[in-house]
Design a protein around this ligand. Structure first.
Ligand code: KG4
Ligand code: ZN
Length: 334
């Protein structure tokens, strides 16, 4: 048998997901159970509810993935699981399931970092070229990661306060839009005009760090000031102006880092990578520069287990193993 089949499990936030990937590149099965509907009325993910849903869903999702794959347990080489970061109670369900499977089916257990997973989602589309730069933007992360080879991650910039997706979700709440707000702001922004001036947090010269809390405050203040003057601003204009600020900073810093490190590939990952404004802006910025930009389809941007199996394949091939004492780590470093 020449092929490597890795079963991946993801449960760090509000998706219960199991997938099987062949040789780190080819999806054999991919099942995601989303809990978004259950969290909507609370305006965000409620950790306790998330854990309960994971418990209910994990065996169903696992069975469905095995059926989809048509494989027998004999053919699975290892179990890869998201160890962190994420909600601890949510992570624990995936980690416990992975340990139980590894024990019962006599399979190696491979721990995976959630962000490594988001990055490796791109390998399901195209082979990675090193050195590469990844812009990871999600509800919990805003990071620029430099990779010089497989399995090595160098953090060259990160947010100092809110994550990009968090800023989207908070601004959406101010505009009375349901959770998750990112996709809705994205749609609304396309109908609005960038007629409000919001700050861009460039930080120190040459810094690849980000900051979105000032922008969030500026949006609140602008809405309040308008209310006091008896004006109502158009939601679409607020969305467009807010998105312009986020997208410009993400695009410029990604481009500057790509040039500085002379990378052979730039890729984007995480839920906010689904943002149309960001995708278009990066495409325009990199067009004609000779630096290839990889933009995954939206279903590979948001949380899934195929990305965990893809990252887990490299980790498995590099010999990474965990024992049955593996514990979830909500703040696992990359
Ligand atoms: O990667 P992900 O599914 O989960 C985390 O690991 O956080 O990312 C979810 C985040 C949420 O904040 C959501 O609002 C944001 O990604 N998001 C978007 C878009 N689609 C999802 N933000 C902006 N524009 C979008 N189209
Ligand atoms: Zn994620």
């Amino acid at each position: 048998k020449n092929a490597t089949y890795i079963l991946g499990i993801e449960s760090s936030c509000d998706e219960t997901a199991v997938a099987i990937v062949k040789d780190g590149k080819e999806i054999i099965a991919n099942v995601v159970a989303s809990q978004i509907e259950s969290h909507k009325r609370f305006g965000g993910v409620v950790p306790e509810i998330a854990s309960r849903h994971h418990v209910e869903q994990i065996t169903i999702v696992l069975q469905e993935a095995m059926e989809q794959s048509g494989l027998t347990w004999d053919e699975i080489d290892a179990i890869a699981v998201t160890q962190g970061p994420g909600l601890v109670g949510a992570l624990l369900i995936g980690v416990s399931a992975a340990k139980a499977l590894a024990f019962a089916k006599h399979k190696p257990l491979v721990p995976v970092h959630h962000i490594a997973g988001h990055i490796y989602a791109n390998r399901l589309l195209e082979e990675l070229q090193f050195p590469l730069l990844a812009l990871v933007v999600s509800g919990g992360h805003t990071e620029l990661v430099l990779m010089k080879e497989h399995g090595q991650f160098e953090l060259i910039g990160q947010t100092r306060d809110d994550a990009a997706g968090e800023a989207y979700d908070k601004v959406a709440r101010m505009l009375d839009m349901p959770y998750p707000g990112g996709p809705q702001i994205d749609l609304l922004a396309a109908q609005g005009e960038e007629n409000l001036t919001f700050p861009r947090a460039w930080l120190e010269q040459d810094s690849f760090d980000f900051s979105f809390s000032g922008l969030k405050s500026a949006v609140i203040n602008t809405i309040h000031n308008a209310q006091q003057r008896g004006e109502t601003l158009k939601k679409a204009d607020i969305a467009a102006s807010f998105q312009a600020s986020v997208v410009e900073v993400l695009t410029e810093k990604t481009f500057n880092a790509a040039e500085k490190y002379q990378v052979k590939q730039v890729l984007i990952a995480g839920g906010v990578a689904a943002n149309k404004g960001l995708r278009t802006s990066l495409e325009n910025k990199f067009a004609g520069t000779g630096i290839p930009l990889l933009i995954p389809p939206i279903k590979f941007c948001t949380d899934n287990a195929a990305m965990i199996a893809a990252a887990g394949t490299i980790a498995y091939q590099q010999g990474r193993r965990a024992g049955l004492d593996l514990n979830a780590n909500p703040s696992l470093p990359l």
